[in-house]
Design a protein around this ligand. Structure first.
Ligand code: AHG
Ligand code: MN
Ligand code: MN
Length: 315
């Protein structure tokens, strides 16, 4: 007989200590993220039957083609949060400008930065997709945040996590006190604790990268990758390759099984592809809280000194 489910709501009510660092508004915020996950997961289950595949015909601020599902997922986050009373500002990979809520709307002290749909190249082929979120705080009560105040170092995050739309839907988060994973039970419409205190195994056997770009990588990166393929039983090599093209899914696999994900800088793209505020910082927070390391190659991702210096494309 299956255990009586420990739902997200019950878990938060019974374990205030597990999120206190993020503040009292956290349960409401994470519940809204979960709601977005339920709405999008429901669409994805029938994606081929609805008019939600393909592109909108637009190009986003990153210069990438916008998929219909990018826009749908972005709208879901905005709709869930703009009147929620949890946040005072929202910024997304898919929006040219952040939304700073008008002063007469319900306000919360959190600022939510998000990648509404991660792995967009998978939208039309039933491969995994995700969403990534990063939470910072606006501590002033006398005024709303300026756009510049939305751009902070990763170490200032009070919470972060992701939604994973795979064979099941998951919500994974950290507030800096370990990593908790919940699986959506479609039968009861609730997230149920399934992965308590996720911890990356000491040793993994998988590397995850778009190796098609190998010839654009710096010599040191090539050498490192080559080393993973050396046949050496004693050190558990060669590693295996697994790459879904969805960062959330690839990182989730590493959280469970160990290994390495890399998106290296390239000759024509020296900062790599991943966006610091919407992808790298939040997942770095999760990875570190699960006992792993997240590096730019030379330093800790969450300590990238001044994200405002990044070209907007890589924020
Ligand atoms: P997004 O769909 O939000 O634009 O992110 C795609 C990212 C990430 O999910 C993935 O790891 C990487 O881009 C895939 O890029 P390649 O297609 O270049 O491998
Ligand atoms: Mn992404
Ligand atoms: Mn995206």
């Amino acid at each position: 007989m299956s255990k009586f489910p420990l739902t997200l709501g019950r878990f938060l009510a019974e374990n205030q200590a597990s999120y206190r660092g993020a503040g009292d508004g956290f349960p409401s915020l994470i519940t809204q993220v979960g709601l977005v996950g339920k709405v999008i997961a429901q669409d994805l289950r029938r994606a081929g039957l609805l008019d939600i595949q393909g592109t909108t015909g637009d190009t986003n601020v990153q210069g990438e083609t916008v998929k219909k599902l990018d826009a749908i997922a972005n709208d879901a986050f905005v709709n869930a949060f703009q009147h929620s009373g949890s946040v005072c500002a929202l910024a997304s990979e898919e929006m040219e400008q952040p939304i700073v809520l008008p002063g007469n709307w319900p306000q919360g002290r959190y600022i939510l930065l998000f990648d509404p749909l991660d792995g967009s190249s998978n939208t039309d082929n039933n491969m995994p997709l995700g969403a990534i979120f990063s939470v910072i705080k606006h501590d002033r009560t006398d005024r709303l945040p300026t756009d510049d105040e939305l751009i902070r170092r990763g170490t200032e995050q009070v919470a972060a996590g992701y939604l994973l739309y795979g064979s099941s839907t998951m919500l994974v988060y950290t507030v800096g006190q370990g990593v908790y994973g919940f699986t959506l039970d479609p039968g009861i419409g609730e997230y149920v604790l399934s992965h308590e205190r996720m911890t990356i195994p000491e040793k993994g056997k998988v590397y995850s990268t778009n190796e098609g770009n190998y010839n654009k990588w710096p010599a040191g990166t090539k050498k490192y990758l080559d080393s993973l393929k050396v046949i050496d039983k004693a050190t558990g090599r060669p590693y295996s390759t697994r790459y879904t093209g969805c960062l959330v899914a690839d990182v989730h696999r590493l959280l469970l099984g160990g290994g390495i994900y890399l998106y290296p800088g390239e000759t024509d793209k020296p900062e790599g592809k991943l966006r610091l505020l919407y992808e790298a910082n939040p997942l770095a927070f999760v990875v570190e809280q699960a006992g792993g390391k997240a590096s730019t190659g030379t330093s800790r991702i969450m300590e990238v000194e001044n994200p405002r210096n990044c070209t907007s494309e890589y924020r």
